[in-house]
Write a protein that binds this ligand. Structure first.
Ligand SMILES: Cc1ncc(COP(=O)(O)O)c(C=O)c1O
Length: 331
C-alpha cells in the first residue's frame, strides 16, 4: 500500500505495505524476538496478491496478455484467489485448475465469489499416470509443488489448443520471485531498519523464500534464510526426490537448489502447523492459515538453535478463513 494514500485508483493499490508484528505470548520461552508479517491483510487475503498483480502487469507490458484473453493457472488456492481478484479488477476471465485434494469448499467459494471458473483436477489419477503407481498415502501430497503438477499439464494443453489464453506459470515466473525480492523483502528491511538475524518461509513455488533470500543476503550475507515444508513430501529438503519435468516443475525450485542461498529446511507436520495456528489465534489474536502456523513453529525451533536475543522474521501467507472446513498444512 502506498504511504498516506487517501483514494486508491483500484483495490490493486491496497496490496502490500504490511508491517511486522512482535509475538508477545507465543514462544516467549525461546528468548528470541519473533516478528511475523501478516500477509493475509492483502486485499484477497494472501501474500499471493503481490505476485498475481506483478505477473499480470508484466504480461500486459510484454504483450503476452491482451484484452479479452483468458488467464489460466494451476493453483492449490491462494494464487487462484489472488488471480481471480486481480482478473476481476482488470476485466479478464480466469480459470483456476485446483487439485481435488485441497479443493476446500471455503477456498473454492472465495475464488468463485470473484467470478472465476474452477476446474477440479484429479491429483491421484495424474500421479498414477506419471509414476505408473497409485499414490500410497494421500496425506503426503500437501506440498503445492507436487499437488499442482496435474493442473500444470492441463494448463499446458489448454495453452497449446486454445486461442487467446495466457498461462501465468507461477512456479517458474521471474515476476513471482521479483515481487518478493523487490517488494516483500524491501518492506522487511525497511521495517526492521535492516536489523534481523534470520528469515523463515514455507515453500510452495519457492517464490517467497527465493525472492526474499536474494534481497536479504545482498543486504547482509550473515542473515540466515530457512525454508519450511510439509513433512510428507519435502522438495527443497529432499532434492533427490524432486521430479524434474520440463515445463511442469522446472523453474524456481531448481533455481533455489542451485543458488546455495538457503541455510536449511525445516519439515513440519499437520498437527504442529495446525496446533500453532490455533495458538496464534487464541494467544495473539492472529487469524492465520496453517502455513503461517508452520512458519512460526519452525521459527521457534530455529530460535532454540540460534540462542537468545536473536531477531527472526517470518511471514503469515494467508488467513484462516480458507481452512474453516478442512484444516491442513498446504503450500
Ligand atoms: C498457504 C500458503 N503458504 C505458503 C505458500 C508458499 O509460497 P510460495 O509459492 O511463494 O513458495 C503458498 C503458496 O504456494 C501458500 O498457498
Amino acid at each position: 500500500m502506498k504511504p498516506n494514500l487517501k483514494i486508491a485508483d483500484s483495490m490493486l493499490d491496497l496490496i502490500g505495505g504490511i508491517p511486522l508484528v512482535r509475538l508477545n505470548r507465543v514462544g516467549q520461552e525461546s528468548g528470541a524476538e519473533i516478528l511475523v508479517k501478516p500477509e493475509f491483510l492483502n486485499p484477497s487475503g494472501s501474500i499471493k496478491d503481490r505476485i498475481a498483480k506483478r505477473m499480470v502487469e508484466e504480461a500486459e507490458a510484454q504483450g503476452d496478455l491482451r484484452e479479452n484473453y483468458r488467464i489460466i493457472e494451476a493453483t492449490g488456492g491462494n494464487t487462484g484467489t489472488a488471480l481471480a481478484f486481480v482478473s476481476a479488477v482488470r476485466g479478464y476471465d480466469f480459470v483456476a485448475y485446483v487439485p481435488d485434494k485441497i479443493a476446500d469448499p471455503s477456498r473454492v467459494a472465495i475464488m468463485l465469489a470473484y467470478g472465476c471458473e474452477v476446474v477440479t483436477v484429479d491429483t491421484d489419477a495424474y500421479e498414477a499416470a506419471r509414476t505408473g503407481e497409485s499414490p500410497a498415502d494421500s496425506d503426503t501430497g500437501a506440498h503445492g509443488g507436487y499437488l499442482e503438477l496435474g493442473g500444470r499439464q492441463l494448463c499446458l494443453d489448454a495453452e497449446r489448443e486454445q486461442p487467446d489464453v495466457w498461462y501465468a506459470r507461477q512456479y517458474s515466473s521471474p515476476a513471482n520471485v521479483a515481487a518478493h525480492r523487490e517488494e516483500t523483502a524491501k518492506e522487511i528491511l525497511e521495517k526492521t531498519d535492516g536489523a534481523l538475524d534470520a528469515f523463515v518461509a514455507s515453500v510452495g513455488t519457492g517464490g517467497t523464500l527465493f525472492g526474499i533470500a536474494q534481497a536479504l543476503k545482498e543486504h547482509d550475507p550473515d542473515i540466515s534464510v530457512w525454508g519450511v515444508e510439509p513433512a510428507g513430501k519435502p522438495m527443497v529438503g529432499d532434492p533427490g526426490a524432486y521430479p524434474l519435468i520440463p515445463d511442469i516443475s522446472d523453474g524456481i525450485i531448481p533455481d533455489i537448489l542451485e543458488s546455495g542461498l538457503i541455510d536449511g529446511v525445516f519439515t513440519v507436520n499437520d498437527e504442529e502447523a495446525i496446533g500453532m495456528a490455533h495458538r496464534l489465534a487464541e494467544r495473539e489474536g492472529i487469524f492465520c492459515g496453517m502455513s503461517g502456523g508452520a512458519n512460526v513453529e519452525a521459527s521457534l525451533r530455529l530460535a532454540g538453535t540460534l540462542g537468545s536475543g536473536k531477531r527472526i522474521v517470518t511471514v503469515l501467507p494467508d488467513s484462516r478463513d480458507r481452512y474453516l472446513q478442512f484444516e491442513k498444512y498446504t503450500t
